[in-house]
Design a binder for this molecule. Structure first.
Ligand code: PGA
Length: 240
């Protein structure tokens, strides 16, 4: 595991964007999985700026959504599809992107469609992931099953209470749809991001604690190509 500790969030965003852009430039045509969530927003801002300066061509690769709140669609504040389009995918060719449709009542159909997209592109080459307050990755919640492909999940209480920060109001979300951890683990390159003091404890447990499905992020400790980019605050409890 390669751990990069940055001074602050802006530095984290810039370093992670350069890391992703370098990968995209060297690997046209591959499939990328970018997490939604607040942490990567600065990375996406940097990537869009780089794209505008012709330093990276964001349309030279394909993208898969990581997860979605069942019941929310592109019009809904805080849905992964809206967050990702506003931040990044509006700058990318439409046919290069597949996100889950949280409004489709056929969640199984959504899973099979995403699996087909992932398989058709030869699997995920680069996954940029966040660490949830409970250690979840995507919606692979604590005590996650070892799932290859995609599945629907009953959301953990921590995830439900944290969700307010995305929606700006309370929404009765109970279910998520996500790429399973095994498929994420099979990504050639995995990058984890964490920022802020409130993530210090879960970041330390995820990176240096027990390797356990109770903390899904910890299951990536032995990934053959894992880079962790954390700011000083999130890294403050890691013993390195
Ligand atoms: P955050 O979400 O980046 O908004 O903290 C991380 C996650 O829940 O995966």
């Amino acid at each position: 595991m390669n751990i990069i500790v940055t001074q602050n969030y802006d530095d984290l965003s810039l370093k992670a964007a350069k890391h992703a852009a370098e990968f995209i430039n060297a690997n046209p045509g591959v499939l990328i999985c970018f997490a939604a969530g607040n942490t990567p927003l600065g990375v996406f801002r940097e990537l869009v700026d780089m794209h505008k300066r012709n330093e990276v061509d964001l349309s030279s690769v394909y993208y898969t959504g990581l997860d979605e709140w069942v019941g929310l669609g592109i019009e809904d504040e805080g849905s992964c599809i809206k967050v990702m389009h506003d931040a990044l995918y509006d700058f990318v060719s439409k046919e290069n992107v597949l996100m889950f449709d949280g409004l489709d009542p056929d969640t199984e159909g959504q899973c099979r469609k995403a699996e087909d997209w992932i398989n058709r592109h030869g699997g995920i080459e680069y996954a940029l992931l966040g660490i949830g307050m409970n250690g979840h990755v995507g919606f692979n919640e604590p005590r996650t099953p070892d799932v290859e492909g995609c599945f629907t999940v009953s959301l953990d209480d921590t995830t439900k209470s944290v969700s307010m920060k995305y929606f700006g109001k309370e929404l009765p979300v109970t279910t998520g749809i996500t790429i399973g951890w095994r498929t994420l683990y099979n990504s050639k390159k995995v990058v984890f991001l964490a920022s802020g003091k409130e993530k210090a404890s879960i970041t330390a447990s995820s990176l240096t604690g027990l390797n356990t499905p109770d903390i899904p992020a910890s299951l990536f400790q032995n990934h053959p190509d894992l880079t962790v980019i954390v700011d000083k605050d999130a890294a403050s409890l890691i013993d390195i």
